[in-house]
Design a protein around this ligand. Structure first.
Ligand code: TYM
Length: 348
């Protein structure tokens, strides 16, 4: 049985990379798989409260990510949209995985090194254990496919390692509990399309990110048309016209990024975009890209504003989703507990 799981952190500043690398793909996949899309609030709090805006900020950002899911077209009637903290089994399975994963595995995680910076002694224990919670998110639903941007690849590899070690460590018990094959699937990352790594508009060697101090480095989903046009006009480029094939973008990070954005938003390949714009100067391409971005992003931003103005409706969708997620999570956690040997029986 196949199932998709993915998540986005409610840390504010949702940007074009989050949309094209993840949320847009989430919406596409709902036609092929049953999907769970989570707002990972437990992950957000691994960083200091100033990063996620404290309690009011966290609640507002949680509703904003949920609104982005809905505005992108994910159907809450057929798919499951919820926030992580409403299903306590995420934290429960994460604890178990803290006991399966090895210190050495987590020590290799590049995202921890980036986010902790130089002052590792002062990073939260949660930030270090972040990837075991992510593995729990996915495996709690025994998900088989995980759409993410390129930066999450290493975390997906760790998730597979954890699943495999659990399956091996408890192989006998898994069989005695009546599961024929391995208990957890080894989930596959889905990292495809022209926007798996959207770069900063100011520096083609840096990823577009929520935490970049420069507002001009990213287009956020709630930017208005003028702001979008201005950010694209000011985007860094080189002086050459565009090449006529994608191959010619090698070594031109900024040009490659802008062509990738155009391709992702118009659902075309980069070669196809360059058939039209090859030989054009950026003075021609940038206004076309700005127009396309406004056309694709403005309706999403409008819908997000409409939805977040009515927090009651968004909250009801999240609780309804959590209810449905919990049905799966409770069953899996009960099975995992039996496999590990936890004595149970308390009436709930
Ligand atoms: P987060 O919240 O940082 O980002 C959400 C999604 O956006 C993708 N992304 C990008 N894609 C392309 N270009 C970019 N510049 C860019 N920046 C971000 C991310 O790859 C991600 O898919 N650890 C995850 C959240 C998470 C999760 C999970 C994901 C928690 N549990 C379980 C999948 C499955 C994260 O930090 O995403």
């Amino acid at each position: 049985e196949q199932r998709v799981f993915s998540g986005v952190q409610p840390t504010g500043n949702l940007h074009l990379g989050n949309y094209l690398g993840a949320i847009k793909r989430f919406a596409e996949l709902q036609h092929d798989y049953p999907c769970l899309y989570c707002v990972v609030d437990l992950h957000a709090i691994t960083q200091p409260p100033s990063v996620w805006g404290g309690p009011e900020g966290l609640a507002a950002n949680t509703r904003e990510v949920a609104a982005a899911y809905l505005a992108a077209g994910i159907d809450p009637k057929t798919q499951i949209i919820f926030n992580q903290s409403q299903v306590p089994q995420h934290a429960e399975l994460a604890w178990l995985f803290n006991c399966v994963a090895r210190m050495g595995w987590l020590n290799r995680m590049t995202q921890f090194k980036e986010k902790a910076g130089k002052d590792k002694e002062n990073a939260s224990v949660g930030l270090f254990a972040y990837p075991t919670l992510m593995a729990a998110d996915i495996l709690l639903y025994r998900a088989t496919h995980v759409p993410v941007g390129d930066d999450q690849k290493q975390h997906l590899e760790l998730t597979r390692d954890i699943a495999q070690k659990f399956n091996n460590d408890f192989a006998g018990s898994i069989a005695r509990n009546g599961f024929e094959d391995a208990y957890f699937p080894l989930p596959e990352p889905l990292i495809t399309g022209p926007a798996t790594r959207v770069m900063s508009l100011r520096d083609g060697s840096k990823k577009m990110s929520k935490s970049d101090p420069s507002d001009y480095s990213r287009i956020v989903l709630t930017d208005d048309a003028d702001t979008i046009a201005k950010k694209i006009r000011k985007a860094k480029t080189d002086p050459e016209p565009l090449p006529s094939e994608a191959e010619g973008l090698a070594g031109r990070a900024e040009a490659e990024n802008l062509v990738g954005l155009f391709a992702a938003m118009s659902d075309r390949s980069r070669d196809d975009v360059l058939k039209e714009y090859g030989g054009s100067a950026f003075s021609v391409f940038k206004p076309a890209l700005a127009e396309l971005t406004v056309e694709k992003i403005a309706p999403i931003a409008d819908e997000m504003r409409r939805l977040t103005a009515d927090p009651g409706t968004v909250d009801a969708i999240l609780s309804d989703g959590a209810e449905k997620a919990a049905v799966i999570a409770e069953k899996v956690m009960a099975e995992v507990g039996a496999i590990v040997g936890f004595v149970s029986g308390r009436k709930k």
